[in-house]
Design a protein around this ligand. Sequence first.
Ligand code: FE2
Ligand code: FE2
Length: 349
Amino acid sequence: MPIYVLADSRSKLSAVSGMLGRAFEVRSDLLDAARFSHNDIDAVIVSADLRLIDNITALKAASDRLTRIPKRIFIIDQRSRLATVQAYALGATHAFVNPVKPAQLLAKLADIDAPSIVSDEPTNTAEEAASAGAASIATMFSAVISGEAIDVADARRAGGRIADSIAENGLSDWLTAVRRHHEGTYQHCLLVTGIAVDFGLSLGMAKTDIERLHSAAMFHDIGKARIPLAVLDKPGRLDEAERALIESHPIAGYDVLKSTPGISAEILDAARHHHEYLDGSGYPDGLCAGSISDLVRVLTISDIFAALIEQRTYKPTMPREKAYEILLDMKGKLERPLVAAFRDVALRR
Ligand SMILES: [Fe+2]
Ligand SMILES: [Fe+2]
């Protein structure tokens, strides 16, 4: 199981190789001299300062080959939101901040599959669609953080790819691929998009309606780009101030998107209202049933289910059956017939 190491300095190359020890066959190159073929590599470890434009340019130039390697671990130099987002935008499946401990790195490499054949034919496996989706979401987050324009067309394309993957490979494959390779908010957004698409498919929605759904899902939590990671990814209970900060994300998302060309009123509505409940107990506007659109109702059910079955490092993953029971218990908050229709998606698809 060969592992490829790319770094922006010789000292980083040897630091990473040292951590890997003799457990792996390691090949390595400096970033500006990367000459690898993706075909026989199971994992790549990139250790580079992502504030340097030369490093970003070199990684972008190699991205076609890089993103065909199943596991892509980035080690970044500084704990900044932008650097982490940049790593995911460049195709990372995991990102660590230096100093990384050997045990962390080895744990991430522990579940590498037996060598698989990677073909040059264009394909759309769940893993490829998930990587493209994560990169697109990361790029959006990066744009929000740095005040640049959001690439709406790219997010729609990535959403379309996810929809194709769900139609071709099914929801279970999607859940497995996303939970295995992606973390935190990106994992969540990918899960919501896949679940919403599958819900739409199970309801017999037309292609154009599925497109409306995956667009809304891709953008729904973009306001989280404004929330510090320490709060967003905090394990365990949040205090009142932290909860208030988290609950500011629908309005933050709405504010970001309202001046973005190409964003429909429906996507704006979904970003702002996906935490509203039919009985008026949701946030931020305390809307009641009559003011909550059908699309948002579908999205909200998908969002809650996705949040429940997320894979987190600090807690066991909730089984789909248990998550569906929780939805059934949310009496008065979600549309009952829709929750009943969701049973198939939750348990069987
Ligand atoms: Fe949300
Ligand atoms: Fe969400």
